[in-house]
Design a protein around this ligand. Structure first.
Ligand SMILES: C[S@@+](CC[C@H](N)C(=O)[O-])C[C@H]1O[C@@H](n2cnc3c(N)ncnc32)[C@H](O)[C@@H]1O
Ligand SMILES: [Zn+2]
Length: 343
């Protein structure tokens, strides 16, 4: 960062408005500077893990960039149909020329962009909340050994999980349909990270078969129909190696909510869709593509005790091990394995 300040100090002197907090122009230039300073681009070796969204063809890097390890701006084309996909700002763009996304997807993408933008503006990208401290350790723990592994992350957002995973995994293919989220995520990582960011629709994602050790999704609850979720499961299952592990984090429809009549599908205030799952409903969707499926809940608001802020994180983590209480988490984690009998 010191190097960035030194390198760009003449710019700051000539154009003082760059430093003004409320200037839109300044914000754009600041983003450009930070971006140029920390993002090398899309790792070339990960291009082969992504396939053409139209016909599953292999993607080949175009032009003079051949030989580079990272591509910040460039193009790839499909060997089968010739369609061209851009790499812009280091992000592989699979949606630009795709068949128009349906209205809901369009709306959700825009809403996610707005959310990401707000988080960047208020400097909240790397801050960890109380819920994060309840949720992250157990969720990451479900992936097991991540050191040196290749991981597919679906719905990477602004990087709450990408950051800790990038410290350990050998490589990550991080997918999201919100460009603002992908940019914020990329900017929050160190320069030498081995993360390839892809803007794509999780319900229409084509990947190289058997190319990841692990997969992880926090977007499952946001996929709005069983058909879309099924397509996503199929794509993940194909992309995982044999015995590869898939951890899915969803909203939990716990017994208290069921008794209170809380509905299965809902929207946040900003209109983003989410679906709650029970162990049974999530298992039924996953078991078509994966064999060994374990379930557990996290983020447990323990009755009475959680009214008091001190210790809430501690009691949530403790409750994960206490029968009955461990059924009451706000999130349901499924750990699925692709073994020989998985399709
Ligand atoms: C619940 S958020 C989780 C974000 C991040 N992983 C985190 O834990 O903070 C779900 C993410 O999935 C993305 N998403 C939702 N539906 C998607 C879709 N159909 N295709 C790609 N990404 C999607 C959203 O943009 C959002 O970033
Ligand atoms: Zn193609």
């Amino acid at each position: 960062m010191i190097l960035v300040v030194v390198l760009f100090s003449p710019l700051f002197l000539l154009f003082p408005e760059i430093l003004e907090k409320d200037s839109e122009y300044g914000r754009r230039v600041r983003n450009l500077i930070v971006f140029a300073a920390v993002i090398k681009g899309f790792p070339v070796r990960l291009i082969d893990t992504v396939r053409c969204s139209k016909d599953g063809g292999r993607l080949r890097l175009d032009g003079p960039e051949e030989g580079a390890d990272f591509i910040a701006e460039g193009k790839v084309h499909c060997e089968k149909c010739g369609v061209v996909y851009k790499i812009q700002d280091g992000i592989l763009e699979m949606l630009e020329d795709a068949a128009p996304l349906d209205e809901r997807n369009h709306f959700e993408m825009a809403a996610r962009d707005v959310e990401a933008h707000k988080r960047v503006e208020s400097n909240e990208i790397t801050a960890l909340s109380e819920i994060d401290r309840m949720e992250l350790p157990t969720t990451l723990g479900q992936l097991g050994k991540t050191d040196g592994r290749s991981l597919l992350e679906i719905g990477c957002g602004t990087g709450r999980y990408t950051r800790p995973l990038a410290e350990r995994c050998n490589s990550i293919l991080a997918v999201d349909f919100s460009k603002e989220s992908l940019l914020a995520n990329a900017r929050s990582l160190p320069e030498d990270r081995n993360v390839g960011f892809v803007r794509a629709d999780a319900g229409d994602l084509k990947l190289k078969e058997e190319s990841f050790d692990l997969a992880f999704s926090t977007a499952y609850s946001n996929l709005p129909s069983p058909q879309i979720r099924s397509r996503s499961n199929e794509s993940v299952s194909r992309a995982l190696k044999r015995n590869g592990k898939y951890v899915v984090s969803t909203h939990h429809h716990d017994i208290r909510e069921i008794l209170r009549g809380v509905s299965v599908a809902e929207e946040y205030e900003n209109g983003i869709f989410f679906q709650r799952f029970t162990r049974g409903s999530l298992r039924r969707e996953l078991e078509k593509y994966f064999s060994t499926i374990e379930m557990k809940t996290v983020v447990i608001w323990v009755p009475y005790v959680s009214r008091f802020k001190p210790g809430r994180v501690f009691f949530s983590r403790l409750a994960e091990k206490v029968p009955i209480l461990n059924q009451l988490g706000g999130l349901l984690l499924a750990t699925a394995v692709k073994d020989k009998s998985s399709s």
